[in-house]
Design a protein around this ligand. Structure first.
Ligand code: ADP
Ligand code: MG
Length: 253
């Protein structure tokens, strides 16, 4: 069995003349939790968007396990065609800052829509799994509510359930709590921590340093489109080696 869940190598991406990713390499192993930290504009979201096929790389390669989504042909990244993108998408889930729930769907329908409509799973099976996830996310009693009847923290937990119902091998989070106030942040971080305890493989872009220190096996500090420093959480957050990491941490804490 391949131990690497996602491997992005020598990733390059520019928007116009703006080089946003400059030779980024990141491999995530099964069961690993990686936190990506760094200043705004450093390329964190772009890295996640390239890893999740929402953007294409200009150069470099992208693999999910043994599935090659993009290979580096020297002159640039070459994307696999045919069924490969769909297969890759079935391996990861993505949770955004702003939940992106369907506003007119109930919680239950938000969670079960993709498994029923896209994966053609029987409704009873999808709903049984959704009930488990609703319980795991602390959302029992909210099945028939629509998103605007829920707090931001509850909505974010619905979006985590919606990602998990597709049984991803890896979950990507882009600042999952930055739209939430501290109390609601804590309940979302709690469920992510529980997922980590269950060995869910995750990549989490976050500004919550205490959380990153608690939950991440590895912390990656990105600035200016590069990985400036990475290592165990205690090392990067408590004893950063690079001046730029120290400056960033002193500004945010
Ligand atoms: P971060 O998530 O670390 O704040 P981003 O990846 O969002 O950083 O942005 C990195 C840089 O890329 C910024 O300069 C941003 O303006 C630019 N950028 C991101 N997405 C686009 C886009 N779709 N078109 C043009 N520029 C973009
Ligand atoms: Mg971002």
């Amino acid at each position: 069995m391949i131990n690497s869940v996602m491997n992005i190598s020598n990733a390059r991406k520019a928007f116009g003349g703006n080089e946003v990713l400059k030779d980024i390499s990141l491999e995530v192993k099964r069961g690993e939790v990686v936190a990506i930290i760094g200043p705004s504009g450093g390329g964190k979201s772009t890295l996640l968007r390239c890893a999740t096929l929402l953007e294409t790389l200009d150069g470099g390669s992208l693999l999910f396990g043994d599935l090659a989504v993009a290979t580096d042909a020297g002159s640039g990244a070459v994307y696999a065609k045919g069924d490969v993108p769909r297969q890759a998408r079935s391996r990861f889930g993505l949770v955004f800052q702003n939940y992106n729930l369907f506003p007119h769907y109930t919680v239950m329908k938000n969670i079960t829509d993709a498994p029923i409509r896209v994966l053609k799973r029987p409704r009873e099976q999808a709903e049984a799994r959704a009930h488990e996830l609703i319980a795991q996310m602390g959302l029992v009693g909210n099945e028939n509510k629509v998103p605007c009847e829920l707090s931001g923290g509850q909505q974010q937990r619905v979006s985590i359930a919606r990602a998990l119902v597709l049984d991803p091998e890896i979950l990507f989070f882009d600042e999952p709590t930055s739209a939430l106030d501290p109390e609601l942040t804590a309940e979302v971080l709690r469920v992510i921590k529980d997922l980590a305890a269950q060995n869910m493989t995750m990549v989490i872009v976050t500004h919550a340093m205490q959380f990153a220190r608690d939950v991440a096996d590895r912390v990656v500090f990105m600035d200016g489109g590069r990985i400036v420093e990475e290592g165990p959480a205690e090392q990067v957050i408590d004893h950063p080696r690079e001046q730029r990491t120290r400056e960033f941490l002193s500004r945010i804490e």
